[in-house]
Design a protein around this ligand. Structure first.
Ligand code: ZN
Length: 76
């Protein structure tokens, strides 16, 4: 996480978990990988998840939306 820019870190923290491996916390396996899916930034636990993320962009973005909702729900 420390290697990301402040802007990317805020985005990654809002997502918290990998968009493909939903149990993998971002930063757990080194610096999170940032990719663009349909023009939207998506974070992955590692570069190895990119092909899976690009395979079904709609599903990937849907997962990201759910992950962000879960993070928001934790905050008062
Ligand atoms: Zn991964």
């Amino acid at each position: 996480m420390a290697k990301l820019s402040a802007e990317d870190r805020a985005l990654a923290e809002a997502q918290r978990f990998c968009a493909v491996e939903n149990e993998n916390r971002l930063g757990m396996m080194g610096p999170p990988a940032k990719i663009m899916v349909n023009g939207q930034p998506v974070f992955l636990c590692c570069a190895g998840c990119e092909s899976a993320a690009q395979e079904d962009p709609d599903e990937t973005l849907g997962k990201v939306a759910k992950l962000k909702e879960a993070v928001k729900a934790e905050k008062p």
